[in-house]
Design a protein around this ligand. Structure first.
Ligand code: PLP
Length: 424
């Protein structure tokens, strides 16, 4: 069994703990499936970025789509973060969690006019614009409201982030951003529009990036563009470098956030742009390894070709294996003396894609609780009610303290907004 780096998981007296809480006991108290997040792990992950950017004019915007629970947002906002949002729903959530509007930035390729209006209305810090059409739409909305919208253009630097194709976003043929070669013209155009105020430049090249080189490539291309745009008389106050830093799922060794930023800031300084404000939008790297999903073994189904371990969490709780063939470490929460066997861990959903881990060496019995590691990011925020399954409960761990931060759905919650046909 391998405990991922940065997870606050450790074995004590034979039992797996998250901070000071034994996970088997936690599952008994709160039921399964259950998401548990370590406050210390989240704040430690944040601290690495804060160290890396110390002494600079900089703002960290937590990309809240990774995990948008209100309590998680509160934690990051109280620690000084702003929030990077991608929808009107996330705007509402961010405000509900107490994030000041001037610490919100808005990303995404398909912001609706209503979403643009709502964000202008509360006065967010910056709109990250992804196309010329969006530039025109935001200008029209802002002019009609009699305001100026602060904008940056999301530039697609055309670098290969060397990650899964579904989470690689900085290549020419991705739907994201404005092509690098079109960006200068787009800036000149934006600068001339009355409803817009150019404040920055933005990129986000992908997710689960474990190499430094793609980041350095992207930064070089961004700085080229900043120089070209400023040479035409359009000042760029901030460089938003997106998120995307990877975490240890399966022995991955991404650079530490502080080391990565030391290298990036050295590059910025070497090119004489050390006075620029830095924005970043990390998501996964702040929360991914802070979370586990606890699930109970329902049935063991050994077979001639494969042994299946059927658990009570499924692809509706943990969508990443089905969506990206992603690997999550699966850890027993108690030590068993029995010898291990090879198990494929699956959920109860009626889909062959509903698997959580393939061919894992585990010593388990029916009724055991397993911890699916690295489940703090893109799990609960992607969860659904498929198969009319209640979405899980969530708790925050702080030392030996356990705080419920989301109750489990009830069946009645699931159909509360549905309307039955009138009876004849
Ligand atoms: C998803 C996203 C992020 C965060 O990505 P992570 O890989 O979770 O760090 C940042 N910026 C934008 C625009 C995004 O879409």
């Amino acid at each position: 069994m391998r405990i991922p780096h940065g997870s606050a998981l450790h074995v004590q007296d034979g039992d797996l703990h998250l901070e000071q809480v034994a996970l088997k006991t936690l599952a008994t108290t709160h039921g399964t499936p259950l998401f548990a997040y370590s406050k210390a792990a989240m704040l430690q992950a944040l601290a690495a970025y804060q160290r890396g950017l110390a002494g600079r004019s900089a703002q960290i915007f937590y990309a809240m789509k990774a995990n948008s629970n209100l309590a998680v947002l509160q934690l990051f906002v109280q620690a000084g973060c702003g929030l990077d949002i991608v929808s009107g729903g996330e705007l509402a959530r961010a405000l509900q969690a107490g994030c000041p509007a001037n610490r919100i930035i808005f990303s995404g390729v398909g912001k609706s006019r209503a979403e643009l209006r709502a964000a202008l209305d509360v006065g967010i810090a910056c709109f990250n614009i992804e196309s010329l059409a969006e530039l025109e739409a935001l200008n029209a909305v802002a002019v009609a409201m009699g305001v100026q919208a602060p904008i940056s253009l999301r530039v697609n630097p055309d670098v290969d982030a060397q990650t899964h194709p579904y989470i690689s976003t900085g290549l020419k043929d991705n739907k994201f951003g404005i092509a690098h070669e079109d960006a200068l013209q787009a800036y000149l155009h934006a600068h001339a529009l009355p409803g817009l105020r150019v404040v920055g430049i933005d990129c986000h090249i992908g997710s689960q990036i474990t190499q430094t080189a793609p980041y350095l490539d992207a930064m070089n291309k961004m700085l080229d563009l900043v120089q070209a745009v400023e040479a035409q008389g359009v000042p760029i106050a901030h460089i938003d470098f997106g998120g995307g830093l990877g975490i240890d799922y399966a022995g991955d060794t991404p650079p530490n956030a502080d080391e990565l930023w030391r290298a990036l800031l050295a590059l910025i300084d070497a090119r004489g742009m050390g006075n620029k404000t830095i924005f970043i939008e990390p998501g996964r790297s702040l929360v991914g390894n802070a979370g586990v999903c606890l699930t109970e073994v329902q049935y063991l189904k050994p077979g001639a070709h494969k042994n299946f371990c059927i658990v009570d969490a499924a692809m509706n709780d943990l969508p990443r294996p089905a969506l990206y063939q992603a690997f999550h470490e699966i850890l027993p929460t108690q030590t068993r003396s029995a010898t291990t066997q090879t198990w494929t861990v699956v959920g109860p959903i009626c889909e062959s894609g509903d698997w959580i881990g393939r061919d894992r060496e585990l010593a388990i019995e029916t009724g055991d609780v397993l911890a699916v590691a690295s489940a703090g990011a893109y799990c609960m925020s992607m969860a659904s009610n498929y198969n009319t399954r209640n979405r899980a409960k969530e708790v925050l761990i702080d030392g030996d303290q356990v705080t419920v931060i989301r109750e489990r759905d009830t069946y009645a919650d699931q159909w509360a907004l549905e309307r039955m046909l009138p009876q004849a």
